[in-house]
Ligand binder design. Sequence first.
Ligand SMILES: [Zn+2]
Length: 409
Amino acid sequence: METLQLRIEEHINKLSQFTATPGKGTTRLTYSKEDRQARDYIIDKMKEYGLAVHEDGLGNIFGKLEGTLKGAPSVLIGSHFDSVPNGGSYDGPAGVVAGLEVAALFAEKQLTPKYPLEIIALIEEEGARFGGGLMGSRGITGLLSEDDFKNLKDKDGISTEEAMVKIGLDPSFPKKRDPKTIKAFLEMHIEQGPILEEKNIPIGVVEAIVGLTQFEITVEGQAGHAGTTPMDRRADALVTAAKMIAQFPGLAIEEGEGTVITTGKLNVFPNGANVIPKNTVFTVDIRSGKEEHIQNVIRKLNELIESYSTNGIKITAEQQLFMQPKAMNQEIVALMKQISSELETPYCSINSGAGHDAMVFSDVTDVGMLFIPSKDGLSHCPEEWSDSKHIANAVQIFFETAKKLTEAL
Ligand SMILES: [Zn+2]
């Protein structure tokens, strides 16, 4: 095994030891003892690789290789280092490790960038302690205000600031960062899905992070006795809901390009074995890399609602969430594809079905993202695994990309 791959494995193994649930996956909540241990490890490595380290008022870690151009914006590479409870060793940390190893290659080759290179390790992406998620990137970009941050508490009533101080962090440091100080952000992440593994392709170049919308649909019918109401006299809210839900997969498949639709929640009222359901309330979650697909599915959903609103059935839909798809920067996407070809690393285009810090950064800077295969498509569980060989591929692509973006010589 080559040394780059060995170093990657060592980092992953070391970081996975900083867990509150040894033997039961990685549990590394933000500002916990395990956060402190992982943080110390990351900071040590940053220093070893010649980076100047600082932490902001959220506890995000930055390791900077200065550029020769005075006051020039930085190319950031990294991901998050927190985890869900009983999660895996790769979701987040793999991207931090990739960043570290890009810095190691810069040091090894003694490159001097014109624009600074910054390796970053972000807090609380999963939201497992304080909720909401994407906290590190939302803080840096100003999407999360100082006050909102201050007011967050964990389930034991411990505030963000109290928890920070407990592990030796200083919440009075600046949080928001001037977007003018950022030239680009690159993130490598495990795919968390089965596509790359099934296709046997080592690299996915992310084109977009999917947009999503969620509806709550209420079907109102008429309750009645299950024994005495003839079948042709019923307005059954559950039968109607079931007919609608059964048609949803077809809407997504018809739309194509990875459009997905899910009903994950269904409540029946009054929910009695001998009562015809009066009301059903269910959710519809629609996701796609392109907004037009989301809009098309919404239109077809409304048509379904109209066609089933008959014979004593009333259906209402309430849109509860809408997030635009976030396209990655087309120049960086093209550059990473070109570099992959030059390195003879097979790649394909892919959309991200999950949110990532890259999504947040895309509002303020040019963003590029790479996926590597997840074994059996699994994540957020102890079985989560990715091949260090694939992480090494991503490091090589990021190294060449970062050389171009930082104009390193
Ligand atoms: Zn993640």
